[in-house]
Ligand binder design. Sequence first.
Ligand code: PRP
Ligand code: ZN
Length: 300
Amino acid sequence: MSDKTARIKVAIQKSGRLTEQSLDLLQRCGLKYTKGPDQLIAFGENMPVDVLLVRDDDIPGLVRDDVCDLGIAGLNIVEEKRLHFLEQEPVEPFRIIRALDYGQCRLAFAYPDGSPLRTVADLAGRRIATSYPSIVRDYLRRQNLSATVVEFSGAVEIAPSLGRADAICDLVSTGATLVANKLREGETILESRAVILQTPVEVPPEKADWINRLLQRVEGVMQVRESKYIMMHAPKAALAKIAALLPGSEAPTVLPLDGRDDLVAVHVVCRENVFWETLESLKAAGATSLLVLPVEKMLA
Ligand code: PRP
Ligand code: ZN
């Protein structure tokens, strides 16, 4: 661990919609860290993993150039940079190895309220403001549409009212920004969420073990968030019916109950959320004493 080169560098967004959940994910993977004086690097104390806090737009490039081994960024930024890098050089700049369960949003067209433009087909010959020029151009090409892409690095939503564009293509999460700027949401061209990127170069053996461990722990964290441990009493006669109602589970553990020939205890890990409806169906099938517990850690 003393060898500096063997430390794994993970790039995440410094401040923005993914920051808190990315740090939380790394902490759930067991990482304890201290922040450097400039707050741009968090040094792992108990794992050879350092976290670089950077602008999200810089993450794909840092991973492509192997400055960072891994990066966490929104698929929107990742895809934009991937297309951009591919225009420069036709080799995949990085590997997208895992989609995560946060940062969901969409890249969508939006048209000014009261504008005659309604769909993408109406955009022929028009100007589209966006911070995602490569994705939009790629989309227009595939739709056989020719339109002018006007690049904005931020505040895209004000472009139409400034007279700089006829429509926009921007990230939408709640839709509040569009409403506030009197824009009507149109077609989605990319569904986005946080993803993990890995460097395109082969991982040196001294790093491979910790990278694999980290990725396995990410798997575990993802599974745990959805998983529940369910316990209940069930009539033996209803076991098959009850097992069929359990969402995303493997074979349940069936245990005898002292002094009861007709009843058994059933324990099972469900890898999907357990809703009240499921419990109600289990009860209707004869289950009693139903308990649903959160799962703390999981290693498959
Ligand atoms: C995006 C986008 C909109 C806003 C949409 O910006 O550019 O401004 O989010 O979100 P809403 O639908 O919930 O209103 P972001 O916050 O990602 O900042 P950035 O453009 O500076 O990266
Ligand atoms: Zn940004």
